[in-house]
Design a protein. Structure first.
Lengths: 578, 469
């Protein structure tokens, strides 16, 4: 396209349908434009109109509870307006332009304010929506800041700089989706993002402000894990990006989230969630934008001082969009056809995670927010050696490897305990001792060791059969089996078991590990392993995952004590070994 | 800016083909042509072929010719450029008819009077307008109904291998599907690159079930133009959308075989000299397949549903081959056939372990199927998976080394395959399927059925009678 003076990244309107497009590169007087929508019907010589601005995310009250496509078109509003199908060229403002929000200023008129300062709050749902001075504004004096009912674009006051320039302030502001929002300073990550999932919280935790990747072939439950985190994690705001994934799954989320209750606030989960749905049949270029849009919205809530989780399902589809666009530009392909800059793009994305003190130029109380990124990866053929998985692994602090064997046996979450890891275990020691129990680190180490031992023993069993093993090893095998069945497996659709608080998780782990002493004692007394396994306490343990009630921890501890004694298996309760 | 009046160029004939390359034909630039426009190609003898505009450059236009360009000549070929993309005339009259891959009747009957003209590439459903798929469909196949349930608006493929009876299974499903206690579905059958023998098999199966008047056939057989395969599933789905969303019918679209579709796409990509992805398939294979499969669904507050069941032949039984792999990433689960079970005479030879239905949880349980559905499915899976593990172990260390409990599980796995999965020509109602499942579970002591809640066991579990010796 021949255009006078456009900048790379600028947004254009193309053709008679005014399709959205973005300038990818400018070379002399030739600009290459990527059109975000289906280009069928475009003709050579169609008009192109420049807008003079890059792709902006609209940030303000009204984001929460909304569903957007990758270009921040409000899908719910479009659906309500009768657009059951997405025709090219559809437009609608991201934030409802009519709706008025009650604004209460927290800064006095005439005060000095600068980038990132909280001007006041807008009444939006359960979360206090803090209205910020845009991070790219200049410091100045507030004029005419007032309480009232405003739409997102009406001026609520203005900021007058030292040079006398006036900058109007509104409830919402735009921010380029490809530019990370600045922070004052980064903080170490030492608090866990609790997900209610035992295998995650107890064995492979992720920190607030950390990053996690979930690679797995199809059918291994990536989406189920992502959705479990969206539902049960203790983040204050969740941004869920369905990038190149299934429409029916988004419909499922949209049906479930207004019904589900946030266990911490008692409000519908939807009120803390922003959904971005760019399904696989929607245009590829918008798919590329969807992830960037999601992370920008997430950063906006982090800057308000909240703990935010961004769930991206799936980053592979995003990488494939990059590959497709790169191919169209006839760039030299790198590994498996992906562009050579794949690694640096992924790094730029994951590095937007973090725990940080927000920018507040004019002072005011310190706001600490965090942004945790959990990215699903869909490796072709389930092969983890492919470029997207490998590049993501170099960046992420937690790795949840999904195992097809587990998925086939319907062991969910199908997170492999042999391949997964978390680099945050050491950082989270103190916080987990406080939240779950002081023995978390020791029990975690014991559990990991037991599962590792099982792996070795199973290989031996394959050769010589279980009878050839010494008693201790046979006990270890049984105990590991109970650990897998009762502790690691968790039923996402069981109302009780779907999410568990950390102290209950740890109490269950304690009980599972306690079984060894009782079994050992029973075998010493001459019982067979099979009869020892039939003891009432052990049968109870195998159903302990769905124990409900306020006193679960006490009941589990009591069960652990009985297991340690070997109740019901040995003729006489033996002495408890130290 | 001059705007060309589209009516003035609704049909123009040009001559001047510059290059012929497999399915792609290049001609010098003609102003006013839009991407996707329909093209009719007339060769020296006056025979016509069909195509569409693929690419527009400053100097040249590339046209994809469905029938291929062989035997066309550079200067003897006329092209008629339409002013818009190919449209399919759709109407409910197409049920009971057989059409070619472009939707033209080939059964010798009268022409179809279309109710509407539709572009065949479809428009993406707004995710916010989709209804959550949560209505159970009974297929009459136990392994599917209990373990990987189909729901309205789902896309559930059958992964098969060469020589496995996928066609038989697809036909059984097509004729057997109904909402619980309801009417059979309207079925649209898109045949891509299958043989005449297979096509006859399907026609006979539909005829035998007495529902031929509820079936529309789109046939692009193995000897029909390969590029037309890219159009055929789109025609079938366009009719499906019309029946489902304009007329409120329950529609099942069966597409066989997606592998032939992928190969046609690869052929076109190669002719366009694109950078190939895995195994030579274009990098956009995922997106392209998604534009087919994602057309399944339901629209909120509207009757009707479109359910898609594609059949995918895994080349060399390799599930990691790009076509089954990407299909699996797009669809909501999969039904996988096993050569081993087929060899053991089990029909349908469904390998339960890799089978999955992602959206079944919303469609089963209290008020939809049975309250214990999920738990029973989980328990069957767990026992069968364990039984298969033990079978491998037994092959190494011998049956004598297994404990009594392990032998029970091993026996269970055998019975599961021979009695539950295998059902021959019988159609089982959901109740019959559940009765059979509980009968098999009766052979396992109730303390070992830890995936089923105790109150369900109280209600449904009965110990099996000791086999008489």
């Amino acid at each position: 396209v021949d255009l006078g003076d456009v900048a790379a990244g600028e947004i254009l309107r193309v053709g008679s349908l005014r399709l959205l497009g973005e300038v990818l590169s400018v070379d002399g007087d030739i600009a290459t434009v990527q059109v975000y929508e289906e280009t069928a019907g475009l003709r050579v010589g169609d008009p192109v109109e420049a807008t003079g601005r890059p792709m902006l995310a609209q940030l303000g009250p009204g984001l929460l509870g909304n569903t957007y496509d990758g270009l921040q078109r409000p899908l719910g509003a479009l659906a309500a307006g009768g657009a059951a199908r997405l025709r090219p060229g559809l437009t609608a403002p991201a934030l409802d332009p009519e709706r008025r929000w009650r604004f209460e200023p927290s800064l006095a008129d005439g005060a000095t304010a600068g980038p990132g300062d909280v001007l006041g709050t807008a009444a939006e749902g359960p979360l206090e929506h803090r209205v910020l001075v845009p991070p790219d504004a200049e410091t100045g004096t507030l004029q005419g800041l007032r309480a009232g009912e405003f739409t997102v674009s009406e001026p609520i006051g203005s900021l007058v700089g030292a040079d006398g320039r006036r900058h109007d302030l509104a409830l919402a502001h735009g921010w380029p989706i490809r530019r990370p929002r600045p922070v004052a300073r980064r903080l170490p990550v030492d608090e866990p993002l609790l997900t209610g999932q035992r295998v995650i919280d107890m064995l492979f935790p992720v920190a607030r402000g950390g990053t996690a990747v979930i690679p797995g072939g199809f059918g291994t439950g990536k989406t189920v894990v992502e959705q479990a985190i969206a539902r049960w994690s203790d983040a204050q705001v969740v941004v869920y990006v369905g990038c190149g994934e299934r429409g029916n799954e988004m419909a499922e989320l949209l049906a479930a989230f207004p019904e589900l209750e946030d266990p911490r606030t008692g409000r519908p989960l939807l009120e803390r969630t922003v959904l971005i749905a760019n399904t696989s049949n929607m245009p590829v270029a918008a798919r590329e934008a969807s992830v960037q849009l999601g992370v920008t919205i997430a950063e906006y809530f982090r800057d308000q001082g909240y703990d935010v989780a961004l769930l991206a399902d799936s980053t592979s589809r995003w990488a494939e969009a990059l590959r497709e666009i790169s191919g169209r530009l006839q760039e030299l392909p790198g590994e498996e056809g992906y562009p050579a800059y794949l690694g640096s793009r992924l790094a730029a994305f994951y590095e937007r995670a973090g725990r940080a003190v927000a920018v507040a130029a004019g002072g005011g109380p310190e706001r600490v927010g965090s942004l945790t990124i959990v990215g699903a990866v869909s490796p072709p053929g389930g092969d983890f050696s492919e470029p997207v998985t490998q590049a993501s692994l170099r960046l992420a602090g937690t790795f949840w490897a999904l195992d097809p064997e587990l998925a086939h046996a319907r062991h969910f979450p199908a997170i492999s305990w042999t391949r997964s890891y978390s680099l945050y275990v050491g950082h989270l020691r103190r916080a987990m001792a406080r939240l779950a129990g002081p023995d978390w680190e020791a029990l975690r180490a014991e559990a990991v060791a037991l599962l590792g031992r099982e792996q070795q023993l199973l290989e031996i069993v394959q050769l010589v059969g279980p009878d050839a093993l010494p008693d201790d090893d046979r006990i270890a095998l049984e105990q590991a089996r109970i650990m897998r069945e009762t502790f690691l497996r968790q039923h996402a659709f069981d109302p009780v078991d779907a999410s568990r608080p950390p102290d209950v998780q740890l109490a269950l782990l304690r009980a599972v590990l306690a079984a060894r002493e009782g079994l050992r004692a029973a075998l010493d007394d001459g019982a067979t392993l099979e009869s020892a396994m039939a003891s009432p306490a052990l049968v109870e343990l195998q159903r302990a995952g769905s124990l409900a009630g306020d006193d679960v921890v006490e009941r589990l501890d009591e069960l652990a004590a009985r297991l340690r004694r070997g109740d019901g298996a040995a003729p006489e309760p033996p002495e408890v070994a130290a | 800016m001059t705007r060309l009046d589209p009516t003035a160029l609704s049909l123009r004939t040009v001559r001047g083909v510059e290059r012929l390359n497999g399915p792609v034909l290049t001609l010098r630039h003609v102003p006013g042509v839009a991407l996707g426009d329909e093209v009719t190609i007339r060769d020296e003898g006056g025979a016509t072929r069909h195509g569409q505009v693929l690419e527009i450059g400053e100097e040249a236009i590339a046209v994809e010719v469905y029938e291929g360009t062989s035997s066309l000549s550079l200067d003897g070929t006329d092209l008629e450029l339409g002013s818009e993309a190919f449209r399919l005339g759709v109407s409910a009259e197409m049920l009971g008819r057989a059409m070619n891959g472009r939707g033209e009747p080939v059964d010798g009957g009268p022409p179809v009077v279309p109710l509407r003209l539709r572009r065949v590439d479809g428009e993406a459903l707004n995710p916010a307008s989709r209804a959550n798929p949560n209505d159970f469909i009974e297929t009459g196949i136990s392994a599917i109904d209990l373990l990987a349930s189909l729901v309205r608006g789902q896309k559930l493929p059958v992964f098969t291998g060469a020589g496995l009876p996928a066609s038989e299974l697809a036909a059984r499903i097509a004729t057997g599907v109904r909402l619980r206690g309801g009417e059979p579905f309207a079925t649209i059958f898109a045949a891509l690159g299958i043989t005449h023998r297979e096509a006859d098999f399907f026609t006979d199966a539909f005829e035998a079930s007495g529902m031929l008047d509820r079936v529309a056939l789109f046939l692009n057989l193995a000897d029909d133009p390969a590029m037309e395969r890219l159009l055929t599933p789109r025609c079938a789905l366009t009719l499906g959308e019309h029946l489902a969303f304009d007329l409120g019918m329950e529609v099942l679209v069966i597409i066989t075989d997606i592998t032939a579709y992928g190969d046609a796409l690869r052929e076109l990509g190669t002719a366009r000299e694109e950078v190939p992805g895995r195994r030579g398939y274009p990098g956009y294979l995922y997106t392209d397949l998604a534009t087919l499969f994602e057309r399944a669904g339901r629209i909120r507050d509207q009757p009707g549903s479109l359910t898609i069941m594609p059949v995918v032949t895994m080349p060399d039984d390799d599930i990691t081959h790009p076509i089954p792999d990407l299909t699996g990433y797009i669809t909501e689960g999969q039904i996988v056939l096993s050569r081993e079970l087929h060899g053991a005479g089990i029909f349908p030879p469904i390998d339960a372990l890799p089978c999955l239905s992602r959206v079944m949880n919303a469609g089963i349980g209290e008020g939809r199927t049975r309250p214990e559905h999920r738990a029973v499915a989980d328990q069957l899976y767990a026992l069968y998976a364990r039984g298969r593990e033990l079978r491998n172990l037994m092959a190494v260390i011998g049956e004598a080394a297994l404990s009594a409990a392990e032998t029970r599980v091993l026996r269970f796995a055998d019975a599961f395959e021979r009695r539950f999965v295998h059902q021959g020509a019988e159609r089982r109602s959901l109740d019959q399927t559940f009765d059979l499942a509980w009968e098999l579970l009766g052979a396992i002591p109730r303390d070992e059925l830890i995936r089923i809640p105790t109150e369900v066991l109280d209600r449904c579990w009965r110990p099996a009678e000791e086999p008489k010796r």
